[in-house]
Each structure stands twice: as C-alpha cells, then as structure tokens.
Design a protein around this ligand. Structure first.
Ligand code: BEZ
Length: 210
C-alpha cells in the first residue's frame, strides 16, 4: 500500500525492544518519526540508530517520539543495542520494532524488492499528533539519512502549522519565513516583523520573538 502525505498513518501492534506496542497508544499526543533500516549489525544502520538515540532531547523538546523498524527479530535488536550505544555515545532509548512477519513493513511499503532483497529500505514517516502522515522520505540501503534534516523538517512543519507561513529553500530555525499568499501584505505587516515585498507573491518576514 502506498502512503501519501495527509493520509492517516496506519495503526499496528508490534513486538519491540520495549515490549509489545499499539502504535497509536504508544505515540498518543506526540509526533512520531517511524523509520526503517535494512538489517541489524550493519554499519550504516548502526550510525543512524546511534544518532537517533543521541537526538533524544532534541526530539523531546519538539514533542516527538522515534521508533525504528527492521525485519530482524527482537533478540537480534537487543544484541545489537550495545553497539548502537557505543557508536552513538548514548544508550538505545527508543523502541526498535521486530518485524519478522513484515506486517509493518508491508503496511508502510518499506520493502522495495528492486533494492536487492526483502529487507526494508531506509524509509522515514513523520506523523503528527493527529496521526496524519506529514512527510515521507525513502533512501537506498547504501545511503545513510541526514537526521539534522529530519529535525529541521519537524521544526518547519510545527512552524507552518502554527502560522500562515511557509519556509523557503534551505530554511533553518531563525531564518526569515515566507508569508502565505492568502495573507495581504498589509495584514502581514500587522502580524510579522521586517516584511519585505520582493514580488506581490513573495513576501519575506520575521516572526516576532514571543
Ligand atoms: C548498512 O547499514 O551499512 C547497510 C545495510 C544494508 C545494505 C547496505 C548497507
């Protein structure tokens, strides 16, 4: 099943390194980063899961919970955890789903047979507190993901949910934002700071610091 932006993220029950979870119950009220990796005890995956553990406080500040998935069994995930801790410098502090029956992987279309075998590729789903899918990324097995980008996108999603704005190319927090085309420049000047009209459809602005 292919999952599109705005779709309801499918719920599931799964065995994880932190016991059996119901996904919706586990994430209740939070954003979630659900991401797959091809296999345990592999180099790129070890760096990615180590980085995710190190980002725990950055995720918490943003009301985000991370959860990984691969088709390896839970004993394998548990055996791998010390390597993740050593490489990432932080104990494994988020659940890894043991998807041996490929239930979650198939639900989220994480297995792409053209990529070699029936393990999962590097998929990422960012899911909001209402269980809507807000971002998808799919990387090949040989290319590690950029978790700084994942945090940046969460910042952008939370910002653009809260105000009539968009984020421009290469935006990072603190940069100028773009005023929504639905808002007049006069209204934008009331709401934002340093409004600059470059084109009638392109207005830069700064959000007032609250
Ligand atoms: C890795 O994590 O290093 C990896 C896993 C599967 C295929 C290629 C690389």
């Amino acid at each position: 099943m292919s999952i599109r932006l705005g779709d309801e993220a499918p719920n599931f029950t799964a065995e994880t390194t932190e016991g059996t979870i119901d996904f919706y119950d586990w994430k209740a009220g939070h954003w979630a980063v659900l991401f797959s990796h091809p296999a345990d005890f592999t180099p790129v995956c070890t760096t990615e899961l180590g980085r995710t553990a190190a980002l725990k406080s950055d995720f918490e500040k943003r009301n985000v919970k991370a959860i990984a998935v691969s088709v390896d069994p839970v004993e394998s995930h548990r055996g791998w955890a010390p390597d993740i801790a050593e490489v990432g410098g932080t104990e494994l502090n988020f659940p890894i789903i043991a998807d041996s029956d490929r239930k979650v992987s198939q639900l989220y279309d994480m297995i792409h047979p053209g990529e070699g075998d029936t393990s999962t590729v590097r998929s990422v789903f960012i899911i909001d507190p209402k269980n809507k899918v807000r971002l998808t990324l799919t990387y090949p097995k040989s290319v590690g993901r950029n978790f700084t980008e994942i945090v940046r996108v969460i910042d952008a999603l939370q910002l653009t949910d809260a105000a009539p704005v968009s984020t421009p190319v290469d935006w990072t927090p603190g940069d100028r934002i773009i005023v929504s085309p639905a808002m007049s420049t006069d209204d934008a000047r009331q709401r934002f700071e340093d409004v600059e009209e470059v084109r009638p459809y392109l207005r830069w602005a700064r959000q007032p610091v609250s």
